[in-house]
Design a protein around this ligand. Structure first.
Ligand code: GLN
Length: 566
């Protein structure tokens, strides 16, 4: 196994994840099989209990792992399916060591950070690196490891030490260290400053790791003398100094790296032979360039709770982007805080209320993403009602589907108290209920999680058509509540159709409104499996409907049945 370690210095938020995934893309384009590991030096076992407000979205994997959003970047960029173990946290490592200690595996020994924690980290990396993630058998050729945080943080010290030991034990040609750093420009003179990079490389070297390459983030391209200075003071050849300057969209990053011959330097470092022709990256080039030239935009109202931090809905945003590019439109996401749509909300100011409604009404489609807790629920219900009554294309994801069911029960069936047990545990019209098998005492990893199969009950329904006339589809889940099966029959009298369910036929997965141009609610999260060149079917449907292209698209689809939609 060849390892490419990506560390970060100077400041956080440098786009280390995008850099690391782009390196993976370039190596993959050289014909190598690439996997990845993200290390998060926090004590949470996984990201499942972390707030999207603080940490961005919780990404969900096929195996139900609730992980850092960077794993989403890897899956999208490398088109792989990772496992929960590809995300290492301090919490997981300590948990495994403490469990072993309790079992008596270290009997007689004092259990310490070095060597026990560091050994556990090394073993974890080595065993996870060999899990195939690209659908082929046997381990990948290269494992890209991204160390979260900034070099020098107290939290990441055991990881740095473990990685130092790993670099030593696997031999020089199996290990390549890329340090991502920032080159800021100060003052009117506009000089590119190398000192922060020098300091962070010094810090890294003091910990026993020497970077083979530098990836310098900067606003403008690095100047020749800046590179020379960096080379001299950081002990890295000029050819090994990559520059990731600001680009119009992130799909340019792999191209930028390829244009700087990053692949050659990395392959050389890893003792691999480089093909004389540079990797083509045709798909990436086309995507990056066509996105830049998109002129017409489509307004998508995203009505949610965590709208102040766009990373909270990162995969939804990416899935919209993929779908828009496929439809040749530039996405114009209109962030609407659901509570601003409520006239009785405490947060509401008359101006915010007016702006929120104006924005909603001027959008071509409406999306309500997943969420937890009751803040903004009333606003979401109003948005879903608006979409239904005004025939605006609508996609409700997880909470968004539950909202639709509540709205329809209230407005059409006159069930005034219709609610989810999540928001009103006492309601007599509990259309959304707590799932019986989900724990009521433990929050971590106890939801219905990961890839589950949805069977289409109504052949020929819009959702099945969009999935290529599929009879079933596997999508990822993350929820505690579901439509109460006891209400399904009654709910259907409103005109709503439950067109997809799990294998029992009782757990509702998909709703549609047949007399509406595009009104779909899903209990699963289609955003997690959307890929740049393979947009998620339901996002594509939403944008096609919002831009008046759905009819044409549907009639162009052949009616061959797809048995394996994935
Ligand atoms: N809070 C809802 C549930 O737990 C919806 C979850 C979600 O949208 N991911 O079922």
């Amino acid at each position: 196994m060849k390892y490419v370690l990506v560390t970060g210095g100077v400041v956080s938020g440098l786009g280390k994840g995008v850099t690391a995934s782009s390196i993976g893309v370039v190596l993959k384009a050289c014909g190598l099989r690439v996997t990845s590991i993200k290390i998060d030096p926090y004590l949470n076992t996984d990201a499942g209990t972390m707030s999207p407000f603080e940490h961005g979205e919780v990404f969900v994997l096929d195996d139900g792992g609730e992980v850092d959003l960077d794993l989403g970047n890897y899956e999208r960029f490398l088109d792989v399916r990772l496992t929960r173990d590809n995300n290492i946290t301090t919490g997981k490592i300590y948990q495994s060591v403490i469990e072993k200690e309790r079992r008596g595996d270290y009997l007689g020994k004092t259990v310490q950070v070095v060597p026990h924690i560091t050994d556990a980290i090394k073993n974890w990396i080595e065993s996870v690196a060999s899990i195939p993630v690209d659908g082929k058998s046997g381990p990948a050729d290269v494992c890209v490891i991204e160390l979260g945080g900034t070099v020098g943080d107290i939290e990441s010290m055991p990881f740095i030490e473990a990685l130092r030991q790993l670099s030593f034990s696997v031999d020089k040609e199996n290990f390549c260290l890329i340090h991502v750093s920032l080159v800021p420009v100060l003052g009117v003179v506009g000089e590119q400053k190398t000192k922060p990079t020098q300091h962070s490389v010094r810090e890294l070297r003091a910990l026993g790791l020497t970077p083979d390459l530098l990836a310098c983030r900067s606003a403008q391209p690095l100047m020749g003398n800046t590179k020379e200075k960096l080379s001299q003071f950081c002990h890295v050849p000029v050819a090994n100094i990559l520059n990731i300057h600001d680009v119009p969209n992130i799909w340019h990053v792999p191209l930028l790296l390829r244009n700087q011959n990053a692949h050659e330097v990395i392959l050389k470092q890893l003792g691999l032979v480089s093909n004389s022709t540079p990797p083509e990256l045709q798909g990436w080039t086309q995507m990056a360039e066509s996105y830049d030239s998109l002129m017409t935009s489509v307004k998508i109202a995203l009505v949610g709770k965590y709208t102040d931090l766009s990373d909270s809905y990162l995969s939804v945003v990416k899935a919209l982007l993929h779908a828009c590019v496929a439809c040749s439109f530039r996405p114009s996401i209109q962030w609407i805080a659901a509570s601003d749509l409520e006239d009785e909300s405490e947060r509401m100011t008359p101006e915010a209320y007016a702006v929120a409604w104006e924005t909603l009404k001027s959008s071509s489609c409406i999306l309500i993403p997943g969420g937890f807790g009751d803040r903004g629920v009333q606003g979401m219900i109003l948005a879903a009602k608006y979409a239904r009554e005004n025939k605006v294309p609508y996609l409700g994801i997880c909470l968004g589907m539950q909202i639709s069911v509540i709205e329809i029960a209230r407005s059409i069936l006159g069930m005034e108290r219709a609610n989810s047990e999540e928001f009103d545990s006492e309601t007599s019209q509990r259309v959304i209920m707590y799932m019986p098998e989900v724990s009521k005492t433990h929050m971590g990893s106890t939801m219905r999680l990961g890839s589950r199969r949805t069977f289409f009950q109504h052949p020929g329904c819009l959702t099945s058509k969009l999935y290529g006339n599929a009879t079933y589809v596997d999508e990822r889940h993350r929820h505690r509540y579901e439509v109460d099966p006891a209400y399904v029959e009654k709910l259907e009298t409103s005109g709503i159709q439950f067109v997809g369910s799990d294998e029992s036929g009782k757990r509702m997965e998909v709703i549609e409104l047949p007399n509406h141009p595009y009104y779909i609610g899903v209990q699963f999260h289609p955003e997690f499996k959307s890929r740049p060149i393979k947009p998620s079917a339901l996002f594509l449907g939403l944008i096609l409907a919002g831009t008046g292209q759905l009819e044409g698209y549907l009639s162009s689809l052949s009616d061959t049945k797809s048995e394996a939609p994935q």
